[in-house]
Every structure is written in structure tokens, then in C-alpha cells.
Design a protein around this ligand. Structure first.
Ligand code: ADP
Ligand code: MN
Length: 500
């Protein structure tokens, strides 16, 4: 019989209860205890240590969590009062300044610590600490014995069973959370350690569980979205991709009172796309972003974390352009760091099926084809964009039409590889609809010309490709020679300059 009791079974991965407050608070408390002071966690029972050494910062954290909840209620009440006070009057008095929580504009700077600035190299595994032969370290009341380590080790292990799968803190990265007086500092520190860990983990092999779950920092972001009333509940994980995790959520009762002009109504159902912040994936993406002049002057100064955010930002801007052109696509609700909230395509938690998964009648198939052709042209001409990952995987069938999603990698046609991306898109689309029995479907080269108006006449694939690359090269040279002004995002780019 184990004196510490049987450890509870580990919760399933991707547990959304984690996002909810109580669970989060509890978890973070345990996490802090075991993560910050792995050697003295069992202080109360320890033979060398008196009660005065007991750490109270987790109580502080809990108190602050509660305060946050209280503030939220206070603000809700304030909003009601404000509404009542102003009534139908044309002139209204804002109670803005009396609000306590400003969940979406309060935390801009504190998280901006570059990982380069931290003492720990995120790519290097920390040395495991061992207890020397003599059996203890430290002096006086700070003494830590081997025995303690064992006791704590077991206890922590048992506790850690309660954590979500990614909370394996056994690597004991030394951090002194005593320094932090604030709950967010504690959370931040923890998030960093988590990130270092996941960077290492990643090098070993992609752990499916760790892949699925979101890191604590993200969880805090999600928690805040729920806590602020913007989202009602986060119900489940829709998709786990290489570069993102998508959740379903019900929109909150409140409007986004922090938007400037008019209040924005939260869609009844939302999709939350969390861009993965693990450090090695962005490498696959940077060819899209690095060469995108919209981001050029920002790219060089950025650290990986910021690049991930830019990726999310890019999706937001691209979706907005599409929305403005009337292309069916998710509507942006809010972007917070690497987390993008948008309207949910689907109903009652069931996402609309991808084109690849849906069995369409030949009539619908044809309809879908013409719609896609149309959207590709709109995307190119009106949005000045190339989707760059267009295929039956990123088109959803909903309410009798095709919806485009997944546009974080979309680029402007003048992107150094923009035309190649377009050609690839055309190939996917053309093949899909031709195989799907749409006899009217243009082949990839015809489709390319129909979308771009470039009228490349090459008869075969190879020559066509070569001409595309020649055009791209010409454009680049043109850019070099004329020193095209590097636009600062988000101003919309110049139209393509071919054919001038
Ligand atoms: P990835 O880069 O991982 O492919 P996607 O944006 O394509 O990211 O999203 C992955 C999956 O999540 C999609 O295939 C789709 O099933 C679902 N999804 C994403 N956004 C939405 C949305 N707004 N509404 C419904 N489902 C969505
Ligand atoms: Mn996708």
C-alpha cells in the first residue's frame, strides 16, 4: 500500500475543462508548487524545515484569480448600470474608466520578453541536478536531503498524474518563482519553461499527446476569453494539425465592448485557431512570410514567437480582405497573439465537411466548381491574394456553397513565389473537379490563365512552369531595379506589375 495513495488516472489529452477557471487555478497551483520548488515542496513534513518556510505565493495566485473573477462581475454590473443610466439618451456617459478588467488590452508588454533574453537556451537540455554523495545540499534550514528528493519526487509524481499530459515537469528546470509577486509572472515563467521543454521534446519525436494539447500560456489566453465573457464555453477540439489546433466554442453573451466604433456581436459559434508555438515549425513557413514584402521590414527583427503571431495576423488580414470581397469564409472575431477567433463554419459543434469528405451530386459538384473558379478570380483580382494552399482539404461545404478557410499562408501574387503557388492551387482544384466528374472543369493551365489573366501559352507543363518562373524573376528584377517601396503592413499592396 502506497502511503501517498493511488495516483489518479491521467486525464485525456486536449481536455477542455482545463480552460475553465477552477481547474486551471488548481492545476497552476500544483504546477507552481512542484515546478518552482521541486526540492522543498514537502516542507511541512520535512524533518529539517519549520513551518515558516511554507510558500504562500500560490495562495496569492488563487486570490488574484478570484479577484479577476470578481472584477469581471463588477464590470458586468457596471455595464448594466451604464446602459440603464444612458437609456435612450442621445448623449451618453461612459463608465469606461471605472472598469476593472481590461482583458484584451492590458497585457501587451509584459509578455514581450524575448527568449533570446532569457538565461536559458531553449534549444539546450538543462543538466539534471543530482544530489551529491554526502546525501544533502544546502545549509541550515535550507538543507535538502536525498530523502526529501525521493519523498518529493514521489509526491510530485502522484500529483502530476492530475495534470494534463503536457504538464510533465520532471525535468526540474530551476526557476525562482519567489521573485514574482504577480500571478501572471508566475504563469509566464511557467509558460517559458513549458516552451523550452516542448522544444526539446520535439527534437525527440512528435508526441501525439503533447502535440494535441495547448501550452499553459495559450490556455491562459483562452481562459481570459472565457472569463471576459467573450466566449461562453470552449467545447472541444475540431482539428489538430501540424501547425495549428482548432477548437470549437460558443460565443459569449456579451458584445465586445472594447471595440471602437460599434459593438461587435460575437457569432453564436466560434472556431478558435491556435497557431502552434513550438519552435521548429515556423521554419517550414518562413518562406511564405519572409518573402512577403508586407512583412519584410518586420521579419528581420523578429524572434520565432513573434513570427508565429505574425502568421496568425496574416490569416486575420487575409480573411478580412476576403470578407470584404464577399468570398464565403470565416469572419474574424478577434486576434490575440497566436490565437485567432473566427466564426464557425458548421452548426451545433459539427464543422462543415471538407470538400474531400462530402459526396456531392453531380449538379452540386458543378456548382461548386464554378463557385471555386469565381472565388479564385475574386481572390486574385479583388483581394490581391493567392491562397497558396488551396485544395479540397481547405474548402468546406456549408449551406449549399463552398467556403474557403486556412489562409494564413496566402500571399500576394507579386510574392517571389506567388505564381508558383497559384499554379499549384490550380492543379489541385482542376484535378479535384475533373476527377469529380465535372467535364467543364478547365485544366490547370487554362485555370491559371483564367485566374491571373496572364495568358501563358506554353503547351506543356514544363514550359508553363518555366514561364511562370521567368515572370517571377522579371518581377523580382523589376522590384530590385525600381526599389519598390517596402510597404508597411497592413497597407494593401500594389497590384501585380506584370504586363506593364
Ligand atoms: P491547418 O493549418 O491545421 O490545416 P485549418 O485552418 O485548415 O488549419 O483548420 C483545420 C481544420 O479545422 C479545418 O480543416 C476545418 O475542418 C476546421 N476549421 C478551421 N476553421 C474552421 C471554421 N472557421 N469553422 C469550422 N471549422 C473550421
Ligand atoms: Mn487546412
Amino acid at each position: 500500500q502506497c502511503p501517498w495513495g493511488a495516483p489518479k488516472a491521467a486525464p485525456m489529452s486536449c481536455s477542455l475543462a482545463d480552460v475553465m477557471s477552477e481547474q486551471l487555478a488548481k492545476e497552476l497551483q500544483l504546477e507552481e508548487e512542484s515546478g518552482a520548488f521541486p526540492e522543498v515542496a514537502a516542507v511541512a513534513e520535512g524533518p529539517f524545515i519549520t513551518g515558516e518556510n511554507i510558500d504562500t505565493s500560490s495562495d496569492l495566485m488563487l486570490a488574484q484569480m478570484l479577484q479577476m473573477e470578481f472584477d469581471r462581475e463588477y464590470d458586468a454590473q457596471l455595464r448594466r448600470e451604464e446602459k440603464k443610466f444612458n437609456g435612450d439618451s442621445k448623449v451618453s456617459i461612459s463608465f469606461e474608466n471605472y472598469r476593472k478588467v481590461h482583458p484584451f488590452d492590458s497585457d501587451s508588454s509584459e509578455d514581450e520578453v524575448d527568449w533570446q533574453d532569457t538565461r536559458h537556451d531553449p534549444y539546450r537540455a538543462d543538466k539534471p541536478t543530482t544530489t551529491p554523495k554526502k546525501g544533502f545540499i544546502g545549509k541550515g534550514k535550507d538543507i535538502t536531503t536525498k530523502h526529501d528528493e525521493v519523498v518529493c519526487g514521489r509526491k510530485n509524481t502522484a500529483r502530476m498524474e492530475n495534470f494534463a499530459p503536457e504538464f510533465q515537469v520532471g525535468d526540474g528546470i530551476g526557476m525562482d518563482l519567489k521573485l514574482s509577486n504577480q500571478v501572471f509572472n508566475a504563469l509566464k515563467q511557467h509558460a517559458y519553461s513549458e516552451e523550452r521543454r516542448s522544444a526539446r521534446l520535439h527534437e525527440k519525436k512528435e508526441h501525439s499527446t503533447a502535440e494535441k494539447a495547448v501550452d499553459p500560456k495559450t490556455r491562459l489566453l483562452l481562459y481570459k476569453m472565457v472569463n471576459s465573457g467573450m466566449l461562453e464555453t470552449i467545447t472541444g477540439c475540431i482539428s489538430t494539425g501540424k501547425e495549428s489546433v482548432v477548437f470549437h466554442a460558443y460565443g459569449g453573451k456579451y458584445v465586445l465592448y472594447f471595440t471602437t466604433e460599434e459593438d461587435k456581436v460575437i457569432p453564436p459559434e466560434c472556431a478558435i485557431k491556435v497557431f502552434k508555438t513550438t519552435l521548429n515549425e515556423f521554419k517550414n513557413r518562413d518562406k511564405y512570410i519572409k518573402d512577403d514584402y508586407r512583412f519584410k521590414d518586420r521579419f528581420s527583427k523578429l524572434n520565432p514567437r513573434k513570427i508565429i503571431r505574425m502568421w496568425a495576423e496574416k490569416e486575420m488580414h487575409n480573411l478580412t480582405r476576403m470578407q470584404n470581397a464577399g468570398i464565403p469564409c470565416p469572419q474574424v472575431v478577434i486576434l490575440k497573439k497566436h490565437v485567432l477567433v473566427m466564426s464557425f463554419i458548421g452548426q451545433d459543434q459539427a464543422p462543415a465537411p471538407k470538400l474531400k469528405d462530402v459526396k456531392l451530386s453531380s449538379e452540386d459538384m458543378k456548382k461548386a466548381y464554378y463557385q471555386v473558379l469565381n472565388m479564385m478570380q475574386q481572390l486574385y483580382k479583388e483581394c490581391n491574394l493567392v491562397h497558396a494552399d488551396l485544395s479540397e482539404y481547405n474548402m468546406l461545404w456549408h449551406e449549399g456553397k463552398v467556403w474557403l478557410i486556412d489562409v494564413s499562408q496566402s500571399v500576394e501574387p507579386t510574392h517571389p513565389h506567388g505564381l508558383e503557388f497559384l499554379f499549384r492551387d490550380c492543379r489541385n482544384v482542376s484535378q479535384f473537379f475533373q476527377k469529380g466528374g465535372v467535364t467543364e472543369a478547365l485544366n490547370e493551365r487554362e485555370l491559371f490563365n483564367a485566374v491571373s489573366n496572364l495568358n501563358i501559352t506554353a503547351e506543356n507543363e514544363m514550359d508553363f512552369q518555366a514561364e511562370i518562373e521567368a515572370l517571377e524573376k522579371m518581377n523580382e528584377d523589376h522590384v530590385q531595379k525600381h526599389g519598390k517601396k517596402v510597404s508597411t503592413f497592413p497597407s494593401d499592396g500594389d497590384p501585380p506589375i506584370w504586363g506593364e
